[in-house]
Design a binder for this molecule. Structure first.
Ligand code: ZN
Length: 278
């Protein structure tokens, strides 16, 4: 049904198309949100924002927090790859340290701690990992080093790449990839990132929205480097009360993010791709 996954492994999946049928989201294409949406989200504690793959993109992260502040959502989980590729690693780690109640380690975080883990990256990714390692404060390196590969929270399992082998960084980009993952978490939901391509996949592999009683694997997409040919930032919003999930997309200052990459001497390619969402 889908493209071969080997394209995605350990390379930049430029040619990927969304592997799962698109999750219908009334919000996704209509930001700023309509008044009813705000009403629905006001004053409740049961909303959790799940952010992944920020990749040192301060402009996208600030816009995400503006949206969450408007919605009065304070519970924030982070699925890793706070750094790598982008021009503002310390600013992004500082914000996540301050705002995220839970956070797991991503492969680019690991490469920033120890650049020997960047050996399989593409050249621009490796250059960015080495630069990130140089500029991160020792406090922020310590924070990244403290992150676990996986956490089981009240609302679901959170892991960067996949629950089966979190330290192997294999991508989940097809129904075939998704199927065996369900044996590796016992919570109702498992949130992942890593491919930068959002989807919802029910355990029956026929349901692509959140449904009560059906476990699901959810990729929240990427805040700082979307790769589904939609350059808008992406994150997930779970309402554990009504048991609904939405993939939020919003425009942000891509120009500013691209400028930070160029100004820090990082490869032009990393700036250009932000405009194309690849
Ligand atoms: Zn990533």
């Amino acid at each position: 049904m889908y493209f071969s996954t080997h394209l995605a492994r350990f390379s930049i999946p430029d040619v990927l198309v969304p592997p799962f049928p698109e999750t219908p989201s009334p919000v996704a294409n209509k930001f700023p949100l309509p008044p009813l949406f705000f009403f629905r989200y006001l004053g409740s504690d049961m909303k959790i924002a799940i952010l992944s793959d920020i990749h040192s993109n301060l402009e996208a992260l600030l816009k995400t927090f503006t949206i969450l502040d408007d919605l009065r959502i304070e519970e924030i989980y982070c699925l890793g790859d706070i750094v790598g590729y982008g021009g503002s690693p310390n600013e992004c780690v500082n914000l996540i340290r301050k705002r995220a109640s839970r956070c797991v380690l991503g492969n680019h975080d690991l490469a920033a701690i120890d650049t020997s883990h960047a050996s399989y990256f593409t050249k621009p990714g490796r250059i960015a990992a080495e630069w990130t390692h140089e500029v991160l404060t020792s406090q922020n390196l310590d924070y990244l080093s403290s992150l676990p590969y996986r956490l089981d929270t009240e609302f679901g399992t959170i892991v960067h790449a996949n629950p089966a082998r979190p330290e192997e960084w294999e991508y989940i980009v097809s129904l075939e990839d998704a199927e065996p993952q369900f044996a590796h978490f016992t919570t109702p939901l498992c949130f992942i990132g890593h491919s930068h391509i959002p989807f919802v996949c029910g355990e029956d592999r026929k349901t692509f929205v959140l449904k009560k009683g059906l476990r699901a694997l959810i990729n929240v997409g990427s805040v700082g480097q979307p790769r589904d040919h939609d350059p808008r930032l992406s994150f997930g919003l779970l309402d554990s009360d009504s048991w609904t999930y939405e993939n939020i997309r919003a425009e942000y200052d891509i120009r500013g993010a691209a400028q930070a990459i160029i100004e820090n001497g990082l490869p032009q390619f990393l700036a250009d791709r932000l405009f194309r969402g690849v």
